[in-house]
Design a protein around this ligand. Structure first.
Ligand SMILES: N[C@@H](CCC(=O)N[C@@H](CS)C(=O)NCC(=O)O)C(=O)O
Length: 191
């Protein structure tokens, strides 16, 4: 099984954490560099990572890869409430990926423009909900949701994409999760 992705991507990192104790090969790519991009788009027209290859089967998108792995290893499916929590994490993750791409395209993302305002509002509102969930102990088990949240928060801090200082329970969660398998190897600061 090969997992394709970049060292810095939070969507890739959640799967690296999930697979940390399962046999697999991580194929590290720089998807904006021409040789790696060619290799990616031959298999994956979405031009996004993560991507999984297992024998003849290629799978795109972290959520679908998670479902593929759940079936392969007979893990219990997520409950509807867990699916909703994953959607919350993804909503912030998608907004911050868009913000980062806008910054790299030369936009001032602090500008008072509809697109930036929507991403900022969503990020703050959803992080507030995730903070309440963390206060209620929802991320104490090191499962796919906790891994996805950890990958998001650590990457957002690394890229300085949003102010995380008001979110005490989320910061405490990040501090306590640092020793889990695969964390050091998948650090975006190694990119
Ligand atoms: N819904 C996708 C999102 C993946 C995604 O946004 N990946 C980013 C890296 S973190 C990417 O490949 N971006 C390249 C681009 O937007 O061109 C998933 O869950 O896998």
């Amino acid at each position: 099984m090969q997992l394709y992705g970049s060292q810095s991507s939070p969507y890739v990192r959640r799967l690296r954490l999930l697979l940390a104790e399962y046999p697999h090969e991580f194929i590290s790519m720089n998807i904006f560099e021409s040789a790696d991009r060619e290799r990616l788009i031959k298999l994956n027209p979405t031009r996004k990572v993560p991507m999984l290859s297992d024998g003849a089967q290629v799978v795109f998108d972290s959520g679908v890869i998670f479902r593929y792995l759940s079936q392969k290893f007979s893990w219990a499916p997520l409950s509807w409430d867990e699916e909703n929590t994953l959607t919350l994490i993804n909503a912030v993750n998608d907004s911050l990926v868009e913000i980062l791409l806008c910054q790299r395209s030369g936009f001032d993302t602090n500008d008072n423009k509809l697109f930036f305002n929507l991403q900022r509002e969503r990020t703050h509102a959803v992080l507030t909900v995730l903070e309440q969930k963390a206060q209620q102990g929802e991320f104490q088990r090191w499962n796919y949701l906790a891994m996805s949240l950890y990958a998001l928060l650590d990457w957002a801090a690394f890229r300085n994409l949003t102010d995380l200082t008001p979110f005490n329970a989320l910061n405490a969660f990040v501090a306590t999760a640092k020793n889990h398998p695969g964390i050091a190897l998948s650090d975006p600061r190694l990119s």
